[in-house]
Structure formats: structure tokens, C-alpha cells
Ligand binder design. Structure first.
Ligand SMILES: NC(=O)c1ccc[n+]([C@@H]2O[C@H](COP(=O)([O-])OP(=O)(O)OC[C@H]3O[C@@H](n4cnc5c(N)ncnc54)[C@H](OP(=O)(O)O)[C@@H]3O)[C@@H](O)[C@H]2O)c1
Length: 210
């Protein structure tokens, strides 16, 4: 697949690299694409770097992995996204002046829902947002497999989302529609929970979701 990564830091850099190593063509982007040359040169596979606009034009599928404070700035640059799958890793938090994380949305509103409202023509899946990049970096392609939950309202993109989670060496678990995203975003019930597929399914059975 041709994948565009918008924001290539801890999370975008890691997941994009895993996809390129799995055989996908990955176009990394940020506001300073010249800083991504080192990342691209270290990757064994088809990896490129450029602007957000170039990544959107190149890709069939996008990974959104920018800091929430710059969400609208990033969305302004994202063209050619109608009908495309956008895998959203972001969390609605910004750093405050004392070094703490401050939530920017009301407690009962998820970042996934807000992004779906902001980009009604794209197909949003909320994924990778509540698992630390460090944990995924250590656990990918290992047994027992690490579960990554996702939500989406678009059943037609579920096979692609699941295939891409698997290609990153992790185990996909559908959690529900986008309105159910809060538990799988940062500080939600499943935030940073290291679970095997069996444990994840048992928890969902207990919740009445399976
Ligand atoms: N780190 C984790 O463990 C983790 C885990 C799960 C989810 N997340 C979520 O994933 C998102 C990214 O986190 P991170 O830790 O990967 O952040 P990060 O390491 O700071 O990387 C952010 C990347 O986004 C780029 N960027 C920022 N604003 C941009 C914009 N407007 N347009 C294009 N590129 C932009 C930055 O490059 P430039 O500044 O050069 O543009 C950088 O490449 C956050 O919303 C976070 O909550 C993080």
C-alpha cells in the first residue's frame, strides 16, 4: 500500500518504519521534512520524506501522528483526503506551562469523534492512540501478541486497518464505532494496557461488547 504519515516523531516514526519494513511504501511528512532524512535513510524499504501536502497526494491511507496543539494547522495542509482512510493516533492533550498534560476537549468527547466531525469526507479510524510508542517498539512481532484496539464507523476499512496493525507486528481488536473511542484514547480504561488477544476479548465480553 501507499501510506502517508503526517507527523513522524515517536509514534509516526515507529509505525511508519514497521510498515515500510513490512513492504509498504511510506511517505513521512512534517512541518520540517528536511529533518526526516535520517529516519528515511535508516529504513530498509521504500520510504520517502516531504511535506504534508505531498504525503496526502502520494497515499491511499494516512496515519495522523501530530501533537494535538497543531491539529488544525495540520488539517489545513491535508488535501486529497476525500474517501481515504485516516488512522488517527492523536490524543486531545497539550503540555501546560508546568510540564503537565492538559485535556483540550470536554471529558465525555473523544478526539476520534472530533476528527470525524472535522473531516466528514474521510474515513476515520482511531488506533494506536493509547499504547506507548516505547511499548509497541519493544513488543511488535513478539509472542504473545500485543493487542491494539481500534474504532471506526466504516466497516469497509476494517480489513485494511486490521491488516496494517498486523503488518506492524501487533494484534488488531475492533472496539466499536467512533463514538466509543474514549476508552481507547490516552487515560481511557484501556490506555497503556498490555493485553493478549484472549485477555482483550475476555474484557470485552465482561463489558458486554462481545
Ligand atoms: N509517544 C507516544 O507514546 C504516543 C502513543 C500513542 C499516541 N500518541 C499520540 O500521537 C501523537 C504524536 O505523538 P508523538 O509522541 O509521536 O509526538 P512527537 O514525537 O512530538 O512527534 C510529532 C511529529 O509531528 C510533527 N508535527 C507536529 N505538528 C505538525 C503539523 N502541524 N503538521 C505536520 N507535522 C507536524 C512533528 O514534526 P515538526 O514539529 O517538525 O513538524 C513530529 O514529527 C500525539 O497526539 C500523541 O498523543 C503518542
Amino acid at each position: 500500500m501507499k501510506i502517508g504519515v503526517i507527523g513522524a516523531g515517536a509514534i509516526g516514526g515507529l509505525i511508519g518504519k514497521l510498515w515500510a519494513e513490512a513492504g509498504h511504501e511510506v511517505f513521512f511528512s512534517s512541518r520540517n521534512p528536511q529533518k526526516l532524512n535520517e529516519l528515511v535513510s535508516e529504513i530498509k524499504g521504500k520510504a520517502y520524506a516531504g511535506t504534508v501536502k505531498e504525503a496526502c497526494a502520494f497515499a491511499d491511507t494516512l496515519l495522523l501522528a501530530i501533537n494535538y496543539a497543531t491539529l488544525d494547522e495540520a488539517l489545513d495542509q491535508m488535501e486529497n483526503i476525500s474517501g481515504k482512510l485516516i488512522m488517527d493516533t492523536t490524543n486531545p492533550y497539550v503540555w501546560n506551562t508546568t510540564g503537565g498534560l492538559e485535556r483540550t476537549l470536554p471529558e465525555n468527547l473523544s478526539g476520534g469523534e472530533v476528527l470525524s466531525q472535522k473531516l466528514p469526507k474521510a474515513k476515520i479510524a482511531k488506533v494506536f492512540s493509547s499504547m506507548a510508542a516505547k511499548t509497541m517498539g519493544e513488543r511488535h512481532h513478539k509472542k504473545p501478541q500485543l493487542v491494539i484496539f481500534y474504532t471506526t464507523d466504516h466497516s469497509d476499512v476494517q480489513p485494511t486497518v486490521e491488516g496494517l496493525i498486523s503488518d506492524a507486528g501487533l494484534a488488531p481488536q475492533y472496539y466499536g464505532p467512533i463514538r466509543d473511542s474514549l476508552p481507547i484514547e490516552l487515560f481511557g480504561e484501556y490506555s497503556d494496557k498490555v493485553l493478549t488477544p484472549e485477555q482483550a476479548q475476555a474484557m470485552m465480553v465482561e463489558e458486554g461488547k462481545l
